[in-house]
Write a protein that binds this ligand. Structure first.
Ligand code: PMP
Length: 426
């Protein structure tokens, strides 16, 4: 396929519906995980034939494998627009990357994070001095909240400098909205704070350029960019990472070990002890390269589908869609909605069983944000439905969803479901 076409994914087979039909599975849950690209599957197949130990053996296969692993790192560096001296650490995913950075922060670092964050970026700082900013009601509000919090920070001294880390999300996993990262990062910089960008939800949909955005680190997951689970990245400034204890202690992270001392190496290897996930890295790099090449086609396709989804859902009586910064905010292909009078898990069960449509219901690991969006008085039982499209989504998938939601809003589910504590609606 040329760069103006969409890259192909490994498609699942037809799936059965309650009516006895077999339908093309409409996977509208790309925000959770994405299907593998054909090119990723091929790259893994090829690498599987030759893999061997990395950075240890001197045999031919080991040298080839080590070269693949480092080439994968270079591709990821290009994908995030890494600066000359940045380090790219392979991790198991965004959650792992954020936890790695959380362990690497210098003493006396205050972490500033919006309460609307995904739990992966909200929670790993709990042993730290943390400032939790309220869920902002507009992008301007976010800027003001951040600026005010940074002004309050205690000054450091020459002997004991005070550090601050601002945690931002590139795109919300709940509303799909893009955050004003460049502006927020500029505010952070003005106050001498550093920035971690959670790009888990944007990496598949928008370019990342750490330099242009003015962020210090970026994290994302392979399984949300059409590569397998268990791969991810933390990329960015090396100083704090080189000064911190290794994330994992073990082989490959050391320069020299004696009876009494251990000297740890620097760079990515410091935090990647143990035999690395070479196939995962190769897969992730193949995904990054493919997305980079097809970026324009992907963005065009997805923005058309997003418009169709949003317009379609908003036009259905009894359906509410949600946004934090206002309906006109630019967003990735993610829309969260509720249907009046229907439990969101029931809506999701009906979409799956009757229409072969996969969506997610719940609070999407962003409880505070979802509670805020659902409004005053919402509690743990109030949830929403999230549809999330991607490069493999077709117009037919979107239209099928819209038709199904219209029927649900009007008549309710087409069959009787029973709620069981173990399996939910069945
Ligand atoms: N941040 C955001 C915005 C996410 O959507 C997710 C995944 N739902 C994560 C972080 C965590 O990613 P992972 O589960 O791959 O570690």
């Amino acid at each position: 396929a040329g760069s103006r076409d969409l890259p192909s994914v490994v498609r699942p087979d037809l799936v059965p519906t309650l009516s006895g039909d077999w339908v093309d599975y409409a996977n509208l849950d790309h925000a959770a995980s994405t299907p593998a690209l054909e090119r990723v599957a091929r790259a893994v197949g090829t690498a599987t034939r030759t893999y061997s130990s990395v950075h240890r053996g001197t045999g031919w296969l080991s040298r080839v494998t080590s070269a693949h692993y480092e080439a994968a790192r270079d591709e990821v560096a290009r994908f995030v627009g890494a600066r000359e001296d940045d380090v790219v650490v392979f991790t198991r995913g965004t959650t792992d990357s954020v936890n790695l950075l959380a362990r690497a922060l210098p003493r006396d670092t205050t972490v500033i994070v919006f309460a609307s964050e995904h739990h992966a970026t909200l929670l790993p700082w709990r042993h730290r001095d943390t400032v939790r900013l309220p869920v902002p009601g507009s992008t301007r509000d976010a800027e003001l909240l951040l600026d005010a919090a940074l002004r309050e920070l205690p000054p450091g001294t020459a002997r004991r400098p005070h550090h601050a880390l601002v945690v931002l999300t590139a795109a919300s996993n709940v509303t799909g909205e893009l955050w004003p990262v460049e502006r927020l990062a500029a505010i952070a910089r003005r106050h001498g704070a550093r920035v971690l960008l959670d790009a888990a939800q944007s990496a598949a949909h928008r370019p990342i350029d750490v330099d242009a955005l003015g962020v210090d680190w970026v994290a994302f997951s392979g399984h949300k960019v059409h590569a397998p689970f268990g791969t991810g990245v933390l990329a960015g400034r090396r100083d704090w990472l080189d000064a911190a204890p290794p994330y994992l202690a073990g082989g490959g992270a050391t320069v020299q070990v004696t009876e009494r001392t251990t000297r740890w190496t620097t760079g990515a290897a410091r935090h990647e002890a143990g035999s690395p996930n070479v196939l995962g890295a190769v897969a992730l790099a193949a995904a990054c390269a493919t997305i980079r090449e097809h970026r324009a086609a992907i963005e065009q396709h997805e923005s058309r589908l997003t418009g169709r989804l949003l317009d379609g859902l908003r036009a259905i009586d009894g359906v509410s869609t949600y946004s934090l910064f206002g309906d006109d905010t630019e967003r990735g292909p993610v829309v969260t909605f509720t249907v009046d009078g229907l439990d969101s898990h029931l809506v999701a069960a009906s979409l799956s069983a009757e229409h072969g449509i996969g969506v997610r219901a719940g609070k999407f690991c962003a409880h505070i944000l979802v509670d805020t969006l659902l409004g005053e008085g919402s509690d743990e039982h109030d949830t929403a439905v999230r549809v999330s499209a991607g490069l493999a989504t077709t117009d037919e998938h979107v239209d099928r969803l819209l038709a199904a939601v219209a029927v649900l809003a009007d008549e309710g589910p087409g069959t009787v479901y029973e709620h069981t504590p173990e399996h939910g609606w069945v």
